[in-house]
Design a protein around this ligand. Structure first.
Ligand SMILES: *Cc1c(COP(=O)(O)O)cnc(C)c1O
Length: 403
């Protein structure tokens, strides 16, 4: 057992990710400057920071943004720990996702904001009340945002009779501080014609007015609605805070968003992808014309080939749907992935890219010379979206921050 402590957290022979600090800082500047400098900028660090690495992205972004949004309360606690260990001023942190009654108590104590979007919160608030009484009311109040479902059909109170639905919150005035009201768009990135989003905005404004009246607070409530796409293409949706995810990592939410952004901003900001995924070959060998490669014999060599084996597969988040479809970059050339993507291996044609058996580095996502392969390319080849490609890159892989 003792030996385990001396083993590095990451195997040396595995694929790894390089996360560009300059790219992320550049993308943040786009939202700060070209979008709207008066609106608070929130970054979304859910899903292991869209696969880019929570702690790596936290380190890069902490000094540049106003608010951090996460889904999982555990991530929020990690952020508070990081701030404490590094003597940093606490940023506002909001947990968007589901939390337990005990986690709500911990959030109150660590000044982490939560989102209330259903009546299950009643028992969590009773639990919070009990534990705060035990602690002598030391940690009151818990800061909370009310989530309105304006048409996504996911979390949040539906708009009908909203004032009645949130009535229970008025009974916990000392215990919770209602900070804001939020909602989330359904299809802004799927279309260039935003009529559904306008309906959602109208429902939101309507619900917000009812909530303001019901709560009759002495201070203004914050409103937040816009993710990456709406922050760009729906200026009316920016309100007081933007919650920007994918674009800060340098990826466009969709082609439609790109097209609409050019129209709305009369300019197309240049987002810079922050992630490069690389892998060192495990071995290189010759195979004869007519031999098969990989499970299921789905690839047969049409000539003698030099092939490289890479220790990476669908376990690491390289989709199996890329079998016989994708390319990797080696020595500035595009090289075919041959046969099926396996759990821990892919095999690549390096006949043109190298002249001997010396190990080579493949770029799976990123640039190499004039060539590049984007998360969008992998998404197209495997019938999904760039969000899923990057988020599914295994959290067991090493992520290094580069300039
Ligand atoms: C994921 C998410 C966002 C960010 O979305 P992007 O399209 O990545 O910018 C914002 N708000 C909520 C509630 C989310 O779940």
């Amino acid at each position: 057992m003792g030996d385990l402590a001396s083993i590095s957290e990451f195997p040396e022979q595995a694929s790894w990710l390089e996360i560009s600090q300059a790219a992320i800082v550049h993308n943040i500047a786009i939202y700060r400057n070209s979008v709207d400098s008066n609106v608070l900028l929130g970054c979304v660090l859910k899903g292991n920071a869209y696969g880019h690495g929570l702690m790596q992205c936290l380190e890069i972004m902490h000094g540049y943004i106003d608010i951090i949004f996460v889904i999982n309360p555990i991530d929020a606690f990690k952020i508070r720990k990081y701030e404490k260990e590094n003597d940093l001023t606490q940023k506002r942190v909001v947990v968007l996702g589901a939390i337990s009654a005990d986690e709500a108590v911990r959030c109150a104590r660590k000044v982490i904001e939560v989102v209330i979007g259903d009546e299950n919160w009643l028992h969590k608030l009773h639990n919070l009340k009990r534990s705060e009484e035990d602690a002598g009311n030391a940690y009151r109040p818990l800061k909370a945002h009310i989530h309105i479902d304006t048409g996504l059909g996911r979390e949040g109170f539906t708009v009908d009779n909203i004032a009645e639905k949130i009535d229970f919150l008025t009974k916990f005035k000392d215990l919770i501080h209602i900070q804001g009201v939020m909602s989330h768009f359904s299809n802004t990135e799927d279309v260039t014609e935003q009529s559904y989003a306008y309906e959602q905005l109208a429902a939101f404004d309507n619900a917000f007015a009812q909530i303001e009246k019901k709560l009759a607070l002495a201070y203004p409530l914050e409103r937040h609605f816009a993710q990456s796409a709406a922050s760009l293409v729906l200026p009316n949706a920016r309100y007081e805070i933007m919650r920007v995810g994918i674009a800060l990592y340098g990826l466009w939410p969709s082609i439609e968003t790109k097209l609409s952004t050019r129209v709305v901003l009369q300019d197309l900001p240049k987002l810079k992808p922050a992630l490069t995924w690389k892998c060192l070959s495990q071995s290189i060998k010759h195979i004869r014309e007519g031999s098969y490669i990989g499970y299921g014999c789905t690839f047969r060599a049409d000539r003698d080939l030099r092939v490289a084996l890479f220790p990476l597969g669908y376990y690491d988040g390289y989709p199996r749907l890329l079998s016989n479809k994708s390319y990797v970059l080696i020595n500035e050339m595009r090289c075919r992935v041959l046969g099926r993507v396996m759990m821990n291996h892919i095999i690549v044609d390096v006949t043109e890219a190298t002249s001997d058996e010396t190990s080579v580095v493949a770029t799976l996502i990123g640039s190499n010379g004039k060539e590049s392969i984007s998360a969008e390319n992998l998404a197209d080849w495997s019938q999904t979206i760039n969000y899923e490609i990057v988020t599914r890159i295994g959290s067991h892989l090493k992520r290094v921050v580069v300039d």
